[in-house]
Write a protein that binds this ligand. Structure first.
Ligand code: ATP
Length: 294
């Protein structure tokens, strides 16, 4: 029986390794998954010295021909402003952020950065100008230091730690026995949703883009974590045009502009105070949230 045990053990090990490798591969393809129609135009130019003015003009969009997702969407974010997008689930908030990153091309209207239609800009330069903090950040099976620093391969340890501190994740990392050398990801330490978002914010700080997109995690966060993320976000948005897809209204109060979306349209817009006084959908969502929190 002992003679059998060893090969079986090796087989078991190999099985787990192969399964993990396949999962990694699957993840990679998910990451690389881009609709084939989004390609650089022959005349596409790189965008440089981005100031960060974002303009959506009468944007129509659908994933599938038979179902319109965004209709006649228009708004402008001036350089350095924070625009928050709120609204019921399925309203099209995340779709709007994916369109700015040009994961998909639109069916009508135009999206411009600093006055340039994003279809005339090379995708590489567009994505270099935008830092994207998605709902669910994929971590590499590597150290937490690597995961933060890979956005800037020549980053020094002190730059990585500064970015982590600004993203409100340094203190947590400092409590780990191996600190920045702690392995994370599928085969290492599993981070919570809030921790992963802060790792993603730290990455973005190192990348130093003119535009920041934050797609807030839908999962409920405890109030200390939520506060940390708010601090991280307000530091990260300083001097950058920031688009926040907000799932909690507590994050949007200080935004320069709040867009309220419903069924693919912007139905209200304004600051928090302006929207509350309108007593419309935003006010309703706000008061409903109050009752849920109470
Ligand atoms: P939530 O608050 O739940 O995240 P949301 O406002 O961000 O919602 P979106 O994720 O933008 O909404 O989705 C808008 C609509 O588009 C939804 O009806 C959704 O089912 C649909 N949708 C989203 N992604 C795709 C896709 N890849 N293919 C087809 N339909 C999609």
């Amino acid at each position: 029986l002992n003679q059998l045990y060893r090969p079986l053990n090796i087989l078991g090990f190999a099985y787990r390794e192969i399964k993990q490798a396949l999962t990694d591969l699957e993840r990679m393809f998910q990451l690389l998954e881009e609709p084939p129609e989004v390609i650089d135009a022959p005349h596409a130019q790189p965008i440089t010295d981005v100031r960060g003015r974002i303009e959506f003009e009468d944007v129509d969009f659908h994933y599938d021909d038979d179902r319109q997702i965004l209709s006649g969407l228009s708004f402008t974010a001036e350089p350095g402003q924070t625009v928050a997008v709120v609204g019921p689930t399925g309203a099209g908030k995340s779709t709007l952020s994916r369109i700015l990153y040009r994961f998909y091309d639109i069916a009508g209207g135009a999206v411009r950065i600093d006055g340039h239609d994003i279809r005339d800009i090379t995708q590489a330069s567009l994505r270099a100008a935008i830092g994207m903090v998605p709902q669910d950040t994929v971590l590499f099976n590597d150290t937490i230091g690597y995961n933060i620093g890979y956005a800037k391969p020549d980053a020094s340890q002190s730059e990585i730690e500064q970015a982590a501190a600004d993203a409100q994740i340094h203190d947590f990392i400092a409590t780990l026995p191996k600190g920045y050398d702690t392995m994370v990801g599928e085969r290492g330490l599993k981070l919570s949703g809030g921790e992963k978002q802060r790792v993603a914010i730290a990455r973005t700080l190192l990348k130093d883009p003119a535009i920041l997109i934050l797609d807030e995690a839908t999962s409920a966060l405890d109030s200390a974590t939520e506060k940390d993320i708010q601090v991280a976000l307000s530091l990260a948005s300083e001097g950058r045009t920031t688009l926040v897809v907000a799932h909690r209204l507590s994050t949007v109060q200080d935004a320069d502009l709040i867009l309220v979306m419903d069924q693919g349209r912007i139905v209200e817009r304004g600051t928090h105070a302006e929207l509350l006084s309108q007593a419309g959908l935003y006010a309703e969502l706000w008061h409903r949230q109050d009752t849920v929190d109470a």
